[in-house]
Ligand binder design. Structure first.
Ligand SMILES: [Zn+2]
Length: 285
């Protein structure tokens, strides 16, 4: 299983990526949640251009990727799960849930630390919210995420197959919960007891600071509920809310590749990050 996961890593991840991408793209056309505000073709070309660039960069810098790191730590006997006699299935479950918690913490951190928010705002500056938003991140944030993932794998010692499962789920869920799609309300509220739905994550992409600093989860919805960062719906409603960042609203800047790449390095990061938030009355509780 270990060698199978390693040798077929790229094929498995790519097939799931393409499959989910096509399904979500079709769903967005058939039942869109909101009307898009920016021309889709150019926005998609630039968002996907950034994705292609990041994929090449990660393969170049980290050819073995997270799956390779998991194989290495398993061989060395490193990490918590390699130290205890845990049944394989339980080990996979603990690893997937553990990695999801770390990625939630990482997401809170990139919102809280001013310099990291500069990187992460490339993801948030998209003026529309659809499946391509889910994949656009600044290359430096991609490298940072990879290093955090490597460290997590070294400490946790997850089975190789768990890392592959986690990568496939995270990739698919990022496209699903950034989807500009309609889900029946009852199904949405049922699903959110377990996973992050598009309506739940859309709140996080609001221009409003308190809404953007909530719903940090990518896969499981329990972390936001447990740690008090859960927010049910956006104040303006899903059709009426504004997506993006207040002060960066020029499509030529935020939805074009060169603009996205320089975005972390321009302007001052005031008025948004957690330690500089303007407290309002209902924040006091
Ligand atoms: Zn975010």
């Amino acid at each position: 299983m270990e060698t199978f996961s390693q040798t077929h890593e790229v094929t498995i991840r790519l097939s799931f990526f393409i499959g989910t991408f096509v399904a979500m793209a079709a769903w967005e056309v058939l039942a869109p949640r909101r009307a898009l505000t920016v021309a889709k073709a150019a926005r998609w070309a630039n968002n996907l251009g950034l994705v292609a660039f990041n994929t090449l960069l990660s393969r170049l810098l980290f050819p073995a990727a997270a799956v390779g790191m998991a194989a290495f730590t398993t061989d060395q006997g490193w990490g918590l799960l390699n130290h205890f006699q845990v049944p394989p299935l339980v080990s996979v479950l603990i690893a997937v849930i553990g990695m999801d918690f770390v990625i939630w913490l990482q997401h809170v951190m990139v919102h809280a630390v001013p310099a990291l928010w500069r990187l992460h705002r490339v993801h948030h500056a998209d003026l529309d919210y659809d499946l391509t938003t889910g994949a656009r991140f600044h290359p430096i944030e991609i490298v940072l995420s990879m290093l955090i993932k490597f460290a997590t794998i070294m400490v946790l010692g997850p089975p190789v197959v768990a890392v592959l499962i986690f990568e496939v789920i995270l990739n698919g869920m990022a496209m699903f919960n950034h989807g500009n799609v309609c889900l029946p309300k009852r199904l949405d509220s049922l699903l959110r007891w377990m996973v992050v739905t598009p309506d739940m994550h859309r709140v996080h992409h609001s221009v409003e600071e308190d809404e953007a600093n909530s719903n940090f989860g990518f896969n499981l919805s329990c972390w936001d509920r447990l740690f008090g960062t859960y927010r049910d719906q956006p104040r303006g409603g899903h059709e009426g809310m504004t997506i993006g960042i207040h002060r960066y609203r020029d499509p030529k800047q935020v939805d074009r590749l060169p603009g996205m790449l320089v975005l972390p390095f321009i302007g001052r990061a005031h008025g948004y990050v957690i330690n500089r938030r303007n407290w309002s009355k209902d924040d006091e509780s």
